[in-house]
Design a protein around this ligand. Structure first.
Ligand code: AMP
Ligand code: GLY
Length: 420
């Protein structure tokens, strides 16, 4: 079959890598893609936020299956447009993607299905929000309701930070995403990510992961989009996964179906674990980045079969085949990230690296120029490896990092430390 993947990051490179290994795949197109993806698939320059443009492209190119990577096209209704055109689609409708696109909506769903999560209140003006924070005290978490490219959450350790976040959000720092603000109880504990495919009725867990959000070793310094990840996450024990399914995920799926907006796609549950219990931090309506890189490395070619079963509403007849393996990815970023960084530096040594079922460099922010790979983003490469143990996967990934010649880049040297 002909498959179109929408997106341009390391997540989409990893999805493309897994899908391409499946013999069902004839033609693989990624839009817009990046320099690494271009080495293994066709890249197409289409506006992935424009549902009509995506549908027209699929008609012209006899696309059979569309896989939507990032949240923006989901929130823009691209899955609605492709499904309306009769295209088999992986990714939730805009109404279902509100589980990511509106934090207040997610809280409303948790209330309706009694899913454990942080206590909260929602506000559409600053004065009562300030009063609420002053009554509750710090630490406290201030969230812009809408999509803010991962920047709309302020975990305020002091009252001043919380008040400043409220003023910034209502002052328009996040545009319309901050028109409503959710203020939450600060949850202690350890965070982990749980990935569940659902076809609207049935749910199939496909793996756990943990990422490292801080830029510095030992999980210090400013927050980033993620500096590395590994799978499985040992903290999410089978008992905790069962609790998360029974108390959070399945009730959410039933509530979304009951409302006439069934959720179809991958549900990414961010969980906080404390005292042997998990609570929901947030949902994402897509695969995690860089968590997908480790999930795909572990699932391999069967990933396509799972995504197809999800889109064709037959997850009840589908199983995941697990190897008792581990995968780890190290993000290489441009020096300066997550602050200001320079673009356009050259990365050398990539062509000499082996690309195998247990070792792969996924590209996140690269462009090919005059036969060379240049860095064009903050997070640039995802050096990913698999092993029988996490330590083996880690050693393999760092051996590859050491073989990459990119003086303008850096990475954390301790990815995986929590689990090791
Ligand atoms: P989100 O955009 O909702 O993923 O939030 C970003 C990060 O903020 C999460 O991954 C957590 O590390 C942190 N966070 C969000 N909500 C809370 C909370 N209620 N308590 C503690 N940390 C939180
Ligand atoms: N790694 C966090 C995310 O994808 O949102």
């Amino acid at each position: 079959m002909n498959i179109l993947i929408l997106g341009s990051g390391g997540r989409e490179h990893a999805l493309a890598w897994a899908v391409k290994q499946n013999p069902k795949t004839d033609r693989l197109i990624v839009a817009p893609g990046n320099a690494g993806i271009a080495q293994m698939a066709e890249c197409a320059d289409i506006d992935i936020l424009d549902g009509a443009a995506v549908v027209a492209f699929c008609a012209e190119n006899a696309v059979d299956f569309v896989i939507i990577g990032p949240e923006a096209p989901l929130a823009a209704g691209v899955a609605d447009a492709t499904r309306a055109a009769g295209l088999l689609t992986f990714g939730p409708s805009a109404a279902a993607a509100r589980l990511e696109a509106s934090k207040a909506f997610t809280k409303e769903i948790c209330d309706a299905c009694h899913a454990p999560t942080a206590a909260y209140a929602r506000f559409d003006t600053a004065a009562p929000a300030r009063d609420y924070v002053q009554a509750k005290g710090a630490p406290i978490v201030v969230k812009a309701d809408g999509l803010a490219a991962g920047k709309g959450v302020i975990v305020a350790m002091t009252m001043d930070e919380a008040l400043a976040a409220i003023d910034d959000m209502f002052g328009g720092e996040f545009g319309s995403a901050g028109a409503e603000v959710v203020i939450e109880e600060f949850m202690q504990g350890e965070e982990a990510s749980f990935f569940i495919l659902t076809d609207g009725m049935n749910a199939l867990p496909i793996g756990t992961a943990q990422d490292h959000k801080r830029v510095g070793e030992g999980d210090t310094g400013p927050n980033t989009g993620g500096m590395g990840a590994y799978s499985p996450a040992p903290v999410l024990t089978p008992a905790l996964q069962k609790q998360a399914m029974d108390q959070i995920v399945l009730p959410t799926i039933r509530e979304m179906a009951r409302r006439g907006t069934p959720y179809q796609g991958v549900l990414y549950a961010g969980l906080m674990i404390e005292h042997g219990q998990c609570r929901l931090v947030e949902y994402n309506a897509r695969f995690g980045d860089p968590e997908t890189q480790v999930l795909m490395m572990r699932l391999g070619a069967q990933a396509l079969d799972l995504l197809l079963a999800c889109a064709e509403e037959r997850l009840d007849q589908t199983r995941v085949t697990w190897a008792e393996d581990h995968a780890l990815t190290v993000v290489m970023a441009a020096r300066g990230y997550p602050g200001a960084y320079t673009k356009g530096s050259t990365i050398r040594g990539l062509e000499a690296l082996p690309e195998t079922a247990s070792q792969m460099v996924f590209h996140a922010g690269t462009t090919a120029r005059d036969g060379q790979i240049t860095a064009t983003g903050g997070r640039v490469l995802n050096v990913t490896a698999r092993g029988a143990t996490l330590a083996e996967a880690q050693a393999r990934a760092y051996a590859t990092v050491n073989a990459i010649d990119w003086p303008e880049g850096f990475c954390r040297r301790d990815i995986g430390w929590r689990a090791l």
